[in-house]
Design a protein around this ligand. Structure first.
Ligand code: MN
Ligand code: MN
Length: 463
């Protein structure tokens, strides 16, 4: 054992272990996953599609009293969340090994009454979802995704902006020639929330009675989707950056894409569970919604969905008892798979160098999050940090620790504390991200691959 400790550079270990091709192959699949799931609904559907290909069956298909070790079952939560289970040898009472991540990302949601016209141009009003820096969302191509329920209840899926011949949308900004006043404002105030109006059209209608651009667009929407203006009231439509996930750098060592917080962890957890056959403890990959707005609602981590699903699972195996589910959850071990901030030398002043995560130095274990004196953190127990550390070291997984910025700079949290409330051991474990919550976020391919290896090791190894 060395007396001194220094975290390794992931790329060196990847070379030593001859994993370079595996890293690039994994990343290619990851880019594809991102492109297919730009919203929580699309991502949940993609996870279920992939799971079915791997032999996972729904709870409805899993027959009573016929669950055995190695069985693969999935549960869906209202088109916006998924839980994947591989049944273990041990009774579920003895706990599960869970990796929980979220599949919602910051974006602009259309308001209830979104469509309006001003100065011969038509717009959508939006209300941003999650923490965004508003100035980053202007003058970039945007896409529209979501669902609309028509007057008769028919569900219509909408996706416009990512196919080659699709139009895109945008939010305009001032030209430098006229921005003298705007330039004097604070960065946070340069673009206000009510300024995030999305430009969607400009041709007036040819009807004698209704010559507006708004009416022309309603006609277009009606021809294509059978949609009327009232149908916006029962819709969930999201504006996200248009364009595909890309390799970044001459060496293609990084990924630049929308929505990597937190689909990067969700993908690793999904890939990892696909490689588990007959685990000792039941393993679970949990993909949840609404993390970016506080995990509320029946698709967020605060909902009873997971607890209820575990109850159903117990009911399939043995006769249900309240004590069994309490034990199953309290004895569980959890990696809260969420991203951390990667040290950015361009903004060195907000980090503390010795305790920041670095892009390329592997998967990040974050013992505590929170802000202003660790407020709101669940703070992982040293016993559990030790366990995960030894699991990672045993598999030569490249890992590091991280903290969300320097003390009193800001802070944040994940779903970790919610599962910790059940008594489970929980630690945050994800990758460092550059430009987190920006329309295009950046991660290191070394880190995402080591995260996937780390997640697999966590499922497989029991100390
Ligand atoms: Mn996150
Ligand atoms: Mn986030």
């Amino acid at each position: 054992m060395s007396l001194k400790h220094e975290f390794k550079n992931g790329w060196n270990v990847i070379r030593e272990m001859n994993n370079m091709d595996n890293v690039m192959g994994y990343s290619k699949e990851y880019l594809d996953f991102l492109n297919k799931g730009k919203t929580e609904r699309l991502c949940a559907r993609e996870v279920i599609k992939l799971a079915k290909e791997q032999g996972f069956i729904s709870f409805e298909e899993a027959s009573k009293n016929n669950i055995k070790c190695g069985d693969k079952i999935f549960a869906e939560n209202r088109d916006k969340g998924v839980a994947l289970f591989v049944i273990g040898e041990k009774d579920i009472e003895q706990g599960m090994k869970i990796i929980a991540s979220h599949i919602d990302s910051p974006r602009l949601d259309l308001k209830q009454n979104p469509l309006y016209e001003d100065s011969n141009m038509a717009y959508f009003k939006t209300h941003y979802y999650g923490g965004i820096r508003k100035y980053q969302w202007v003058t970039i191509p945007l896409a529209l995704y979501g669902v609309v329920f028509l007057h008769d209840g028919t569900k219509v899926d909408i996706s416009i902006g990512d196919e080659e011949n699709d139009p895109v949308f945008c939010i305009n900004d001032l030209l430098p020639h006229l921005s003298a006043d705007q330039n004097q404002k604070k960065l946070a105030e340069g673009i206000a929330g009510e300024d995030l109006n999305v430009l969607i059209g400009s041709i007036p209608c040819e009807d004698e009675e209704e010559q507006s651009v708004k009416y022309n667009l309603l006609k277009l929407l009606n021809e294509k989707y059978n949609l009327t203006e009232e149908d916006f009231l029962s819709a969930e439509l999201e504006i996200v950056p248009a364009g595909k996930a890309r390799d970044l750098g001459l060496d293609k060592s990084m990924v630049m894409a929308y929505g990597q917080d937190d689909r990067v962890c969700a993908f690793a957890a999904v890939k990892a569970i696909f490689e588990i056959e007959k685990p000792e403890y039941t393993v679970v990959t949990l993909c949840v919604d609404k993390e970016e707005t506080g995990s509320y609602g029946n698709t967020g981590m605060h909902s009873r969905f997971f607890e209820n699903t575990v109850a159903e699972l117990i009911n399939l195996q043995v006769d249900y008892s309240d004590l069994k589910i309490k034990r199953a959850l309290a004895n569980s071990k959890v990696l809260s798979g969420d991203v951390n901030v990667a040290y950015d030398p361009n903004f060195a002043s907000v980090y503390e160098k010795n305790n920041s995560a670095y892009a390329g130095k592997g998967v990040v274990l974050m013992k505590y999050s929170g802000s202003r004196g660790k407020s709101s953190t669940s703070d992982a127990n040293a016993e559990f940090v030790s366990e995960v550390r030894r699991i990672f070291n045993q598999e030569n997984v490249v890992w590091q620790t991280g903290e969300l910025g320097k003390v009193d700079q800001g802070g944040g949290g994940t779903v970790a504390y919610i599962l910790a409330n059940y008594g489970a051991e929980v630690i945050d474990c994800g990758v460092g991200v550059l430009s987190m919550h920006a329309p295009y976020e950046v991660v290191s391919k070394a880190d995402i691959f080591e995260m996937y290896r780390g997640y697999k090791a966590f499922f497989n190894i029991n100390l």
